[in-house]
Structure formats: C-alpha cells, structure tokens
Design a protein around this ligand. Sequence first.
Ligand SMILES: NC(=O)c1ccc[n+]([C@@H]2O[C@H](COP(=O)([O-])OP(=O)(O)OC[C@H]3O[C@@H](n4cnc5c(N)ncnc54)[C@H](O)[C@@H]3O)[C@@H](O)[C@H]2O)c1
Length: 386
Amino acid sequence: MTRTTVGIVLNGVTGRMGLRQHLVRSLLAIRREGGLPLADGSRLWPHPVLVGRSESKLRAVAEEHGLTDWTTDLPAALARPDVQIYFDAQVTSARSKALRSAIEAGKHIYTEKPIAEDLTAAVELAELADAAGIKHGVVQDKLFLPGLRKLDRLVRSGFFGRILSIRGEFGYWVFEGDWQAAQRPSWNYRAADGGGITTDMFPHWHYVLEQIFGPVTAVTAKVATHIERRWDEDGQPYEATADDAAYGIFEIAGPDSSIIAQINSSWAVRVNRDELVEFQVDGTHGSAVAGLHHCRIQPRAATPKPVWNPDLATSDRFRDQWQEVPDNEQFDNGFKAQWELFLRHVVEDVPYSWDLWAGARGVQLAELGLRSSQEGRRLEVPELRK
Ligand SMILES: NC(=O)c1ccc[n+]([C@@H]2O[C@H](COP(=O)([O-])OP(=O)(O)OC[C@H]3O[C@@H](n4cnc5c(N)ncnc54)[C@H](O)[C@@H]3O)[C@@H](O)[C@H]2O)c1
C-alpha cells in the first residue's frame, strides 16, 4: 500500500497536552492503526519531530515511544524540507513567536489554543498565515467529544424548539500545592506567565457556543482570584496573580432569537455534578444536559409538573426523569478526530473551518471577558475582519 509520510514538528511535547493527547493519543494512535486512510486508498503516515527545550526530557519521551527524531533546535527543525506541519503545545506565552517563525518557514500550522496572549497578536498570526498561503488550524477538541456531538445532533434535529438559555458549569478543585501536589502547572496561576482561567477557558466556550448555537455577540464577566497563594512544582510558595475563576454571561445570535448562556469556570470549586463540564440547554420544546461524554434529554411532552412547597421535602428524583441520548456511532478520541481532519485538509484539501481566525475569535472573547470584569460592564463582541 502506498504510504505518504508527513513530517510534523511537535513543540511542547514534554507537556501535559503535547505528550498525552497530541503525541500518544493522536499521532501515535494513527500510526498504531497503520496510518490515516486517504481517499485514493493510500495511507498518511505522520512522522513526529519532537522539539523542546530540554534534551534529557525529549530523549526520554522519544525512547519511551520508540522515536528517534528529536531536537532542541527549532529553527533547524523548521528548515527541514521533509517537515510540512508545525504543531504547538507550548505554554501559551511562548506560542505566537514560534507560530510566527513556522509561518515564515512556510510550514502549515496546527496549534493548541489560545493561539496568542492577546487579540492583536492573534489577528496578526491569522493574517500572516493567509498571506503565506499555508493551511492553518486550532485545536477545538471539545466539539469532537461524544456529549457535545450528541448535543449538536439535538440542535440540528430541532429538538429544542426555540432555544432560550444555556447554563454551563466547569471546574474542579486544583490543589494549592502545599499539603497535596497541584494537578495543573504553576504557570496557569501567574498572570505574567500567560496564566488565568479566562484566557484558558473562554476560547473553549467560544467555539462551543459559536459552532453549536450561533455567534457570540456580547459578554459580561466577573473574574476572581480566589486562592491567592499557591506552591509550585519545586514546593516553593508563590503569589497567584492570575484569575482562577470566571463567571460569564454570553449573548448569542441564535437562529430564531437571542440565546443567553451563563458559564461558570473555576479551579476553586468542588465537583457536585456528573461530569467536569456540563451544559444545560433549555428550549421551548425540550431541554438537555450535556457533558463531555453523556447527554440526557427531557422533551416538552414528558416534562413532569413539580409543585413548589418549601415546607415538604420532595420525594421526586428529578435526575431520574431524564432520558439518555444514545451514541448511535463510535466516537474516537476528540483530539485524534480533529488531527485526522487537519491532516486530510493538508494533504487532500478537504474543507476545514477551525482555523486561526476561529482561534482569534476565542482570544477576542477572553480579552473582552477580562476587560468586562475590569470595567464592570457588558461589552459587545465586534466582528473580526477576515
Ligand atoms: N485543548 C485543551 O483542552 C487544553 C487543555 C489544557 C491545556 N491546553 C493548552 O495547551 C498548552 C499547554 O498546556 P499544558 O497544560 O500542556 O502545559 P505544560 O506546562 O504541561 O506544558 C507546557 C510545554 O511547553 C514547554 N515550554 C516552552 N516554553 C516554556 C516556558 N517558557 N516555560 C515553561 N514551559 C515551556 C514545556 O517544556 C512543556 O513541554 C497551553 O497553551 C494550554 O492553554 C489545552
């Protein structure tokens, strides 16, 4: 069988996302399946070139996964003619500089979100990429997860009638790092290092809202730093200067009328829900609660009629009154599913809408959310020119 090898620089491959999701569960998983089948019957074979700052860490990752191609020299990797794609999963603050040099080297770009720390840099990247005529994409993994795929299916089927509102809850307790190790890297909690939950999570909420429901037209947000002192990877205390919670209201131009979404994001909340993120969508004809994996519905005609009587404890088991939406298809890892689409976009030119412009709109929403909180007011989301 004919095999087309595609060289992919993976920068930030020693990090949580770069290693687990992108290298192991996406690209190496595609190789374990014999490569990605293409329309002409041939297979695409991803060839990872691991790039990072630490020789010893890169060598260890390479050895563990039977790989040999790694370097700490990014310019040299970008100069290689057998490399077609640059992928970035570095810390957010290091991203735009690296993306820029990859675009200048004429490589196609695929990147983690947020694509830059501010909107100006994000738009510049999208413009540069278009001008260079390269293909570009941004990770929007949540869209490819079973719960949200099923939610999307409900919206397309007209299940909800007129969609009224969305309530999202995201978060979990991130340990401070003193008496139990923190489960997220410490840069996430330092503003100067590109941390903050608004910058991290609003880009996710942006693509979920925009692609499933409609364009986000306005935002009102209040952000907070609830835990002000944390301990880093070396056990040293530091001041947490970045926001660790963001409470947002997003207005969406839905197909029939405006939809109001409220989404709480917090690393200082204890989980009392079925999944780490859940969205409840209420419409005139039915409601749904979608997480990353499950999606449950309650149609209008099957809606029970609870009676409000605060004097009596209710015997209703409200959660049992919902119906599970069946999978009806096999869902692959969300990151891998999106990698496959991007690789097909590069080699077969299949359409691909999750580009740097979509990434820039996510950065825009995060920036406006932070400004809304600072200024204590609602802000409209201007349309980005393309
Ligand atoms: N799509 C998602 O669901 C998702 C989830 C978490 C994080 N992310 C994004 O992925 C990116 C990486 O996040 P992570 O949680 O894997 O981070 P991480 O700290 O685990 O990994 C960061 C990587 O960047 C490298 N790096 C380069 N320059 C650095 C510097 N100056 N300081 C520290 N590290 C540097 C590190 O060596 C490491 O390989 C972030 O931009 C984040 O927003 C996306």
